[in-house]
Design a protein around this ligand. Structure first.
Ligand code: NAD
Length: 515
């Protein structure tokens, strides 16, 4: 695969990471028996072979995080804020390298890494630099009449975080930044497929002056290193982003040691188009929101419900635009859609489509792997899949109910507003949803009735550092980003001072003596 389009250090073939564990401020080799190949899904070539983390590596990372905790949690908010500001500036300086490595390990188009993943991460760091100084609580008060009460908002301790492969850099940022802004220290386990930009992020933390041990990365397998981290008695809180199935297992393990949990899980976002919507805007929105990151986005539009009068035109419009999307080499600056993250993921997506086809669904367009890219690249060695539009299925079809995590959109018609909203809510998930209408009453009703942690009106996908991201229902609980995430990563202590200096206090009579 020609990576020279972005002229990176990767393209020059320089060695990148002398180890995939970042513990106490330095990169180390893992000590597990197993090695893991980080592969470029654009052509199957090796990006980096890493030795995975053993249980001992996880222990070492937790020990480093525990050692760093008193100093970091005791630092002034101003000092933490300054370090995060320096981090934001360093990440911006390293934007080119970060984007290139992110594209190499995930296959995402360089356009997306450069214009979305990296700037989003830089902005998040800048946001948490400010938020670190704005931890709030209730005002002190004489609530009992005899005492002054106030709250202290304190760090929880060592956070054990586990992240997925779809947005590795942003997930590292979403996990690490609020945790350390609030004074915690952290051990993050990225997905084995995509550890490299998490390591670069941790290195940038050290270079920004964040003390050794505050941010640690262990690159290990979920069943071993992941479970060891989640069960570790030295970890106070678990923050997990990934599939609902693994999230349940993580919650189960964390419960055994009474850890606080924060779970950001799967999604199956509905995209509801009412009959007064701007059809062209809805069609463009559906194409972008279903294909972003090759559909490997927990909030991607996956089920479009279109009110009957617009249904045929919507399907025709999306099919036409899907045909214009430029599929190819992710390092080509004009590529819109790259491969999926791995051949395994591509085959999983193809399996969903093949089963739908066999059950009688209409594959309006796509439903196969492409051979040649828009730039003439041979795509056969890569994990590519064409944008796929499916109709002719019922609400209970597998492709409507299950998370596919690929460039696949299913469209279903509806008649009444009640029906459209009911169908939109009819899956176990509740991460995100959108409604398309020009009617203020319909839009207000949709924002009230759609059961999801985020509802967009006349758009679908944008996120912003100031606003919370997190699920309802089986999409989990807790919030990433925004001031709300600081609630996850802090605990509130009630402090109560006697203000009377009375020896025999009135309430003592409940234990001894009379009034
Ligand atoms: P996954 O659940 O397979 O893996 C996520 C992480 O968990 C990986 O680091 C993996 O190594 C680890 N893991 C696996 N088994 C484990 C175990 N038994 N114990 C501890 N850790 C374990 O998910 P994925 O395939 O990497 O990512 C895709 C999923 O992530 C999708 O379901 C997507 O919706 C979800 N996701 C959700 C959000 C959100 O904000 N809600 C964001 C991004 C991705």
């Amino acid at each position: 695969m020609d990576r020279t389009a972005v002229g990176t250090r990767l393209a020059a073939g320089t060695p990148k990471f002398p180890g995939a564990q970042y513990i106490a401020g330095e990169l180390r080799e893992g000590t597990a028996e197993e090695e893991f190949d980080v592969v470029d899904p654009a052509d199957g070539s090796l990006v980096q072979r890493v030795r995975l983390a053993s249980a001992e590596d996880v222990d070492a990372a937790v020990a480093a995080a525990r050692q760093a905790l008193p100093e970091w949690s005791g630092a002034t908010p101003g000092a933490r804020s300054e370090a995060l500001s320096r981090l934001s500036a360093l990440l911006a300086e390293r934007a080119g390298d970060l984007a290139a490595v992110e594209s190499a390990q995930t296959g995402k188009p360089i356009k997306l890494s450069t214009e979305f993943d990296v700037p989003g991460t830089v902005d998040n760091a800048a946001f948490f630099a400010g938020a670190a100084r704005n931890l709030e609580g209730k005002a002190a008060g004489e609530y009992s009449g005899d005492h002054t009460s106030y709250v202290r908002r304190e760090a929880v301790g060592v956070v054990g975080s586990i992240a997925p492969w779809n947005y590795p850099l942003q997930m590292a940022a979403w996990k690490i930044l609020p945790a350390i802004a609030a004074g915690n220290t952290i051990v993050l386990k990225p997905a084995e497929l995509t550890p490299l930009t998490s390591l670069m992020f941790a290195q940038a933390c050290t270079d920004a002056g964040i003390p050794d041990g505050v941010v640690n990365i262990v690159t290990g397998a979920g069943r071993t290193a992941g479970e060891h981290l989640v069960s570790h008695p030295g970890v106070a809180m678990v923050s997990f982003t990934g599939s609902t199935g693994v999230g349940k297992r993580v919650a189960e393990l964390a419960t055994r040691t009474v850890k606080r949990t924060h779970l950001e899980l799967g999604g199956k976002a509905p995209f509801v188009v009412f009959d007064d919507a701007d059809l062209d805007a809805a069609v463009h929105g559906a194409v972008a929101a279903s294909l972003i990151n090759s559909g490997q986005d927990c909030t991607a539009a996956t089920r479009a419900y279109v009110q009957r009068p617009l249904y045929d035109a919507f399907v025709a419009g999306v099919a036409e635009l899907y045909g214009q999307v430029r599929l190819g080499n992710p390092y080509h600056p004009q590529t819109d859609l790259g491969p999926l993250v791995s051949h395994t993921q591509r085959d999983r997506v193809a399996g969903f489509v093949d089963r739908a086809r066999a059950a009688g669904a209409v594959i309006v367009t796509g439903g196969e792997a492409p051979e040649t890219g828009h730039d003439g690249t041979d795509l056969r060695p890569g994990a590519y899949y064409r944008p796929t539009l499916i109709t002719g299925v019922g609400q209970d079809a597998e492709v409507v109910q299950s998370e596919i995590f690929g460039p696949v959109l299913v469209v279903l018609p509806f008649d009444s507003d009640d029906e459209g909203l009911r169908l939109a809510n009819d899956t176990p998930y509740g991460l995100a949803a959108s409604a398309w209408t020009r009617d203020v009453h319909r839009s207000l009703r949709a924002t009230r009735d759609l059961q999801a942690g985020c509802v967009w009106i006349n758009d679908h996908i944008p996120i912003i550092s100031e606003m919370p991201h997190g699920g309802y229902k089986s999409s989990g609980y807790g919030k990433d980003m925004s001031q709300y995430s600081l609630d996850e990563y802090t605990q509130v202590k009630h402090v109560m001072y006697d203000t009377t200096a009375v020896v025999r206090k009135d309430w003592h009579r409940t234990i001894f003596g009379d009034r």
